[in-house]
Design a protein around this ligand. Sequence first.
Ligand SMILES: NC(=O)c1ccc[n+]([C@@H]2O[C@H](COP(=O)([O-])OP(=O)(O)OC[C@H]3O[C@@H](n4cnc5c(N)ncnc54)[C@H](O)[C@@H]3O)[C@@H](O)[C@H]2O)c1
Length: 409
Amino acid sequence: MKPINIIGLGYIGLPTALMFAAHGIEIIGTDLNTELVAKLQKNVLTFEEQGLVEVFQKAVAAGIQFQTEYEQTDKYIITVPTPYLKDSKKLDPSYVEQAVKQVLEVCLPGTILVIESTISPGTIDKIVRPLIHKKDLEIGSDIHLVHAPERIIPGNMVHELQYNSRTIGADTSEIGQAVKSWYESFCQGEIVVTDVKTAEMSKVIENTFRDINIAFANELAQMCYKEGMDVYELIQIANRHPRVNILQPGPGVGGHCISVDPWFLVGDYPEIVNIVLAAREVNDSMPTYVFDKMHIIMKEHGIRDYSKVGLYGLTYKENVDDIRESPTLQLLDVFHKYNIENVKIYDPYIQEQYFPGQLHDFQTFLEATELIIVLVAHDEIKEQQNLLQDKIIYDTRHVIHTAKKLYRM
Ligand SMILES: NC(=O)c1ccc[n+]([C@@H]2O[C@H](COP(=O)([O-])OP(=O)(O)OC[C@H]3O[C@@H](n4cnc5c(N)ncnc54)[C@H](O)[C@@H]3O)[C@@H](O)[C@H]2O)c1
């Protein structure tokens, strides 16, 4: 059996490659980023993730290889980025296109080409199949196309790779079953085989479902604030209904999936999607809502100096080091719009200096600030609440219980 070449070794590609290798599948990982590959070749992990070190060690012991070249083989899994185009809100397929083209340069006859990157419904038909026809290759004999989207969540990736159920979309059930058998090496969840388009749509609508439900909680938070009500109590009561499960409000939606994927539907079906667009707009408006409420709190306490305001957390969710599209970044854009550049920022997971006001030590951050806006529920702040007793806290995550004065969403 020939190795699987995994293309793209980021947040999805790397853990997937390591899990395969740690479970006895021969893996070659390819990424264009030479620095990233050099690190991996020196047995250094490129990001932090619970339990990943152990899987990395097993994968290295099993002989996983990392390189910048595409390998000649008959099995590929593409996990390159799929952002959206800012103007049209449609999928930017350029990374996938590039990766497919490079695979087609080297692959062997009978290749199974799996696209694991999240793509909008119809991408394989509209973008990928034409690339194969252009090379005079026959789909179904020279190349078999599969879409196998990923559902894992940063912070719990290793566990979820093992236990989540998965979807595999293929042109024939035979190929679907073949790819299912690869993933069964490490995945104990149910693996459903379907057609390519249903697999494409399922991934995007799962994230859209979450975005819409978060938007509903965010609207509730705004209504409750207006009425002087406690949104958390309200949600807790409503959720006692056996068929109601309202999510928690927050300062916005970030990350590479939930805040991105619904735009694919907005871009592709502008005449149909109303709720999807409205939810995106509600969630995107939350950083401005936090900004406005911060001013009300500042006024109440006579705070005029923004350098006394501290933003706790830069990542898009707790206990990870991924800051992509994070609500804090979105909030900093709002500050920037008003030329406010001197707020203090601190995140225990981020060592790089992205902003002038960024501090790298919790104690220094506490000493420098009077009002702290908790934007990410990292364990650090949850476990050290006693240090917040003389602080004014605006807790957008509902995790702080001790403060001089406590505000919530
Ligand atoms: N991050 C998540 O939580 C998550 C969850 C589910 C699905 N996804 C989807 O998985 C896909 C990958 O996301 P990610 O978070 O791993 O992205 P990422 O940016 O962390 O990693 C992508 C990697 O691909 C590499 N790359 C780009 N073009 C390449 C090419 N032509 N050849 C080889 N390497 C190339 C980049 O250098 C980068 O290292 C996206 O479609 C995303 O929507 C992400």
